[in-house]
Design a binder for this molecule. Structure first.
Ligand code: PMP
Length: 292
């Protein structure tokens, strides 16, 4: 079955899915996006992802040419046409074609693109043994510049982190904010566990309001784990019993090493493992149904 891509109201092949070089998403990173998962034919946390998309759009004054309901319908239709039951959805709304100036008033028509694909980012072994990671010198965007709550197409901050991770030969990195508190990974939220208590940085520390993060906070409540949203430092990460990242693509992935310090037993700890297990149960049943 050939992959089809939603592009501004129609469905086209990957080869025909083309937009203008004058698109301000391309020229300036002017636009927003979402990464969403389909599990077992259900769009996981569809409403939450679309809420975040429309909030990002409002914040940057970008008019999405579809209503919330229409957007959900085209998501469903794109997945159906690709006959996908499990996979990843990339939903992009760019400012659209304009001239070479910055002024968004010259880009009256946004581009809406939906790409769906199979996905597997980490091998199953990584969920058991955990990732090696480092902290990096690149700091998180500050909220009074480009607010990290906006899931914008401008990911250069995150890409610089990824480059540092690559240079260190590790798969993910830890980013601090300009005050030295832990913010998040290059594209994942971070959690630590100490003496049975789960901690994650509050979003004002520079974390994206991750949808997996919110699901894990809820699962902590269900499983009876005490959860605290409070700022912490790299020291707290080094001495944690468990460290893990959360994200749509990564799900819940343990960290076994940070800056050459072994975390806990050097593999996924018991709380990380039980949260991953419960999360994987939840995704099978939660979400908007794509197929009748
Ligand atoms: N932080 C950043 C910077 C991200 O890009 C993402 C999305 N991959 C996340 C955190 C995790 O968010 P979510 O759980 O909604 O995918």
């Amino acid at each position: 079955m050939a992959q089809v891509i939603y592009l501004n109201g129609g469905f086209v092949s990957k080869e025909d899915a083309k937009i203008s070089v004058y698109d301000h998403g391309f020229l300036y990173g002017d636009g927003i996006f979402e990464g969403i998962r389909v599990y077992n034919g259900n769009i996981f946390k569809c409403k939450e992802h679309l809420d975040r998309l429309y909030d990002s759009a409002k914040s940057i004054m970008l008019e999405i040419p579809l209503t919330f309901g229409e957007m959900q319908d085209v998501l469903v239709e794109t997945i159906r046409r690709n006959e996908l039951r499990d996979g990843y959805i990339r939903l992009v709304v760019s400012r659209g074609p304009g001239d070479l100036g910055l002024d968004p008033r010259r880009s009256p028509k946004a581009n809406v693109i939906i790409i769906v694909e199979q996905l597997a980012i980490y091998p199953e072994e990584a969920y058991v043994n955990g990732l090696r990671t480092v902290s990096v010198s690149t700091r998180r965007n500050v909220p009074d510049a480009l607010n990290p709550k906006i899931k914008s197409l401008n990911y250069l901050n995150n890409i610089l982190v990824k480059i540092q991770a690559n240079l260190a030969g590790v798969g993910e990195a830890i980013m601090l904010n300009s005050q030295g508190y832990v913010a998040e990974g290059s594209s994942d939220n971070i959690f630590i566990v100490k003496r049975g208590v789960v901690f994650t940085p509050p979003c004002y520390c520079g974390a994206l309001e991750g949808i997996t993060r919110a699901a894990i906070i809820e699962l902590c409540g269900k499983l009876g784990y005490k959860l605290k949203e409070e700022p912490f430092t790299l020291h707290d990460v080094y001495v944690a019993d468990e460290v893990f990242f959360t994200g749509t693509a990564a799900e819940v992935i343990a960290v076994r090493e940070v800056d050459a310090r072994t975390i806990g037993e050097g593999k996924a700890g018991p709380i990380t493992t039980s949260l991953l297990r419960e999360f994987r149960k939840l995704v099978q049943v939660d979400g908007v149904k794509v197929y009748e």
